[in-house]
Write a protein that binds this ligand. Structure first.
Ligand code: NAP
Length: 655
């Protein structure tokens, strides 16, 4: 049989009876996702009759990883799995034989209780990497000298900048990463506020090509996320390529040499053949410009002042979106009094695992059971993949639009409302304040385990449904004119999301400044490239933020693959033409893309005129940061660069 020399990295780390007795295995299996466990057993046995048997998941819901199986069925399944795993262990944990595509498709359907459409299968197989490969990594450029002639500057060493660095290193391009902070992680370095954690399941919110058996919580807290990015950076040898505590202030395109001159805050200038911006959208804190002055400590959540002791203090938190929702439960028990000024209520849905620890059994299964982690990733991915888009799409016939925008959206509204109101049966006075008055999913929908409303019910916490009017030396006056005494003010008011690339001056052909050209309407072809700005690429650029589910790590992996392919083409064409090459998207392609995006976005709940305030909208009420597309569309459009989408030049060839 033609087997790879190395064991498939997802085939499970072998163990012996001395490592793991029968009793220890049985204990571990009490923790795990039983449907996922059964698929791991199928890999071990190769016995597909399992899929036709009575032990199977009964339904699908995001983060419900037991498939609604009965306790009795789960117990039977664990007993079966114990036999299978014991026998496999005693045979030395051999690498299971590969499974063919037809059976893999049946396994997918079985796990999520529905037929996964064909168009998704390839994408999901790529995401799962069951063959042990890394389909999104590109091979080194065939001509190393051509790659070496293409130095790249990456701006930012957060999740996507680090990813770009890993891929460029593997492909053989020289690069430097310029990072304004002193360490890796971007948003996961800067946001150290109490309670900061990810709200996308971590076993999916991580790079597809890295192991995920280490997370201690299903939704890890900030320090663990930052440590993850540091570990990955060290493993891939990226750090020697990073310049910390250095900021890019701008970059200017030179047509004659087909290079970017990248200006740093040190006064230096770097010359690069290509620039990749990986600064993201949640990079610059937003603090509303309100009149007055507060004399005590005041800080934005992304600049948390850990020296400010909140114990026993009167804290006024202004704003409560995704961030404030995490801060309040984390500080309520130590402050004297917490006043939350919240302008809009938030939609939320149940996730009992939101603060839960990953049990030792799950971590053992992720590490040792064949392909358990891969199927677990799929089980988290699938319900969060594209289904949210159905709920976000406006049905123009549906009435009343101020309440919901379609039948599916109304169903979500009812379900979320039921979840919210069920928690405050004892506090009917809160209902009007906490049930949103705009369509569900219109703003970021929050994962909830009950901690937010439990916090609001505390005697030392007051929710004020109003914005902020002004500051006074000893307090905050809300939009209703009521003053709230404060010792400390926390701004949980979000980020300047619509000011993409702020404050950098990116100057392209003919001296055009990109942010000036955009105004309030940032746009980029496929969210990555801009006409007139050759060899300039954006990760997490305009039109790529996800409001309907999925994971930005997935989007970044698609984007970085695309950008690396562009660099490969630039290297090849430059070598062929014996001169530095340049690529920028064709204006007509960009126009068509932008029109299509805007038409689509206008038909989503995020553009609803019934949502008074939202960072998804610009000053004109239009949406530019979000993607209206299915993940599978973005994946297929970015899988292979079509050179015909671009205008290609060689330095000096333009008049
Ligand atoms: P946000 O969602 O923009 O929330 C900002 C809050 O400040 C909202 O309550 C907003 O009210 C309020 N606000 C803004 N301007 C105001 C003003 N002038 N007066 C009074 N209130 C004002 O920002 P965020 O909470 O920092 O979240 C931003 C994004 O970061 C999220 O959507 C998410 O993508 C990401 N995030 C993720 C996580 C996670 O993964 N766990 C956690 C935190 C953040 P309105 O709602 O009325 O505008």
């Amino acid at each position: 049989m033609n087997r790879r020399p190395m064991r498939n990295p997802h085939a499970g780390v072998p163990f012996t009876a001395a490592d793991m007795s029968d009793a220890a295995i049985a204990t571990a299996l009490e923790d795990v996702s039983v449907p996922t466990l059964l698929l791991s057993c199928l890999h071990i046995t190769g016995d597909a009759t399992l899929l036709d048997g009575p032990l199977k998941p009964q339904g699908l819901f995001l983060n419900e990883v037991q498939g609604f199986m009965s306790e009795e069925d789960k117990a039977k399944a664990r007993a079966y799995a114990l036999d299978v795993i014991r026998s496999w262990r005693d045979r030395g944990c051999p690498e299971p034989d590969p499974i063919g595509p037809d059976l893999l498709k049946r396994m997918m359907d079985w796990l999520v209780c529905e037929s996964v459409p064909d168009e998704y299968v390839q994408m999901l197989l790529e995401e799962m990497e069951l063959d042990g490969g890394d389909a999104r990594a590109l091979a080194p450029v065939a001509d190393p000298a051509a790659a070496a002639a293409l130095p790249v500057v990456i701006i930012g060493c957060g999740m996507s900048g680090l990813l770009a660095a890993i891929r460029l290193k593997d492909a053989g391009f020289p690069f430097v990463v310029i990072e304004k902070n002193a360490d890796v992680g971007g948003t996961w370095l800067e946001n150290t506020y109490p309670g900061a954690r990810v709200d996308v399941g971590n076993h999916f919110y991580c790079y597809s090509f890295e192991p995920s058996d280490h997370w201690t919580e299903f939704f890890a807290r900030q320090p663990e996320l930052q440590a993850y990015f540091r570990r990955v950076m060290e493993k891939h040898g990226v750090e020697p390529h990073v310049r910390w505590k250095t900021e890019v202030v701008g970059a200017t395109w030179d047509e004659t040499t087909a290079t970017w001159s990248v200006a740093l805050d040190t006064g230096e200038r770097l010359t690069a053949r290509a620039v990749i911006s990986a600064v993201g959208q949640l990079n610059r804190p937003y603090v509303p410009n309100v009149p007055g002055r507060f004399d005590g400590p005041a800080f934005h959540t992304a600049r948390w002042d850990h020296a400010a002791d909140l114990t026993g203090k009167r804290v006024v938190m202004i704003g409560a979106g995704a961030t404030g929702f995490q801060v309040a439960p984390a500080i309520a028990d130590r402050v004297g009094h917490l006043t939350i000024l919240q302008r809009s209520a938030q939609w939320m849905f149940p996730n009992p695992n939101y603060h839960a620890a990953v049990g030792p059994g799950v971590r053992w299964a992720l590490r040792h059971l064949p392909f358990y982690g891969r199927w677990y990733r799929f089980l988290l991915f699938w319900p969060g993949c594209d289904k949210g888009l159905v709920v976000a799409k406006v049905d123009p016939e549906w009435e009343p639009q101020h309440q919901s925008i379609s039948a599916a959206n109304d169903f979500a509204r009812l379900m979320f409302t039921e979840w919210i109101t069920s928690q405050i049966q004892d506090r009917p006075d809160l209902i009007d304040a906490v049930v949103p008055d705009y369509p569900a999913t219109g703003k970021r929908t929050l994962q909830d385990n009950g901690s937010w409303l439990a916090t609001l019910k505390r005697p030392n916490v007051e929710l004020v449904r109003a914005g902020v009017a002004r500051l006074e030396p000893d307090g905050v006056v809300d939009a209703n004119g009521v003053k709230h005494a404060a010792d400390v003010v926390v701004w949980a008011t979000g980020f300047r999301v619509n000011d993409i690339l702020l404050p950098m001056a990116i100057v392209g052909r003919d001296g055009v400044d990109l942010r000036a050209r955009w105004g309030i309407r940032p746009r980029a072809y496929l969210g990555m490239t801009v006409p007139g700005f050759p060899n300039f690429f954006m990760l997490y650029g305009p039109g790529t933020n996800l409001a309907s589910g999925g994971s930005l790590v997935f989007h970044s992996e698609c984007e970085v693959r695309y950008v690396t392919q562009c660099l490969q083409l630039l290297a090849e064409r430059g070598a062929a033409a014996s001169g530095p090459s340049a690529m920028a998207p064709r204006q007509d392609r960009d126009d068509e893309w932008y029109a299509r995006c805007q038409a689509e976005l206008a038909q989503t709940v995020w553009a609803s005129p019934h949502i008074a305030h939202s960072f998804y909208k610009n000053a004109a009420g239009e949406v530019h940061g979000l993607s209206p597309w299915r993940l599978v569309d973005f994946w297929s459009w970015t899988r292979t660069v079509d050179p015909a989408d671009y205008v290609w030049d060689v330095a000096g060839s333009r008049s």
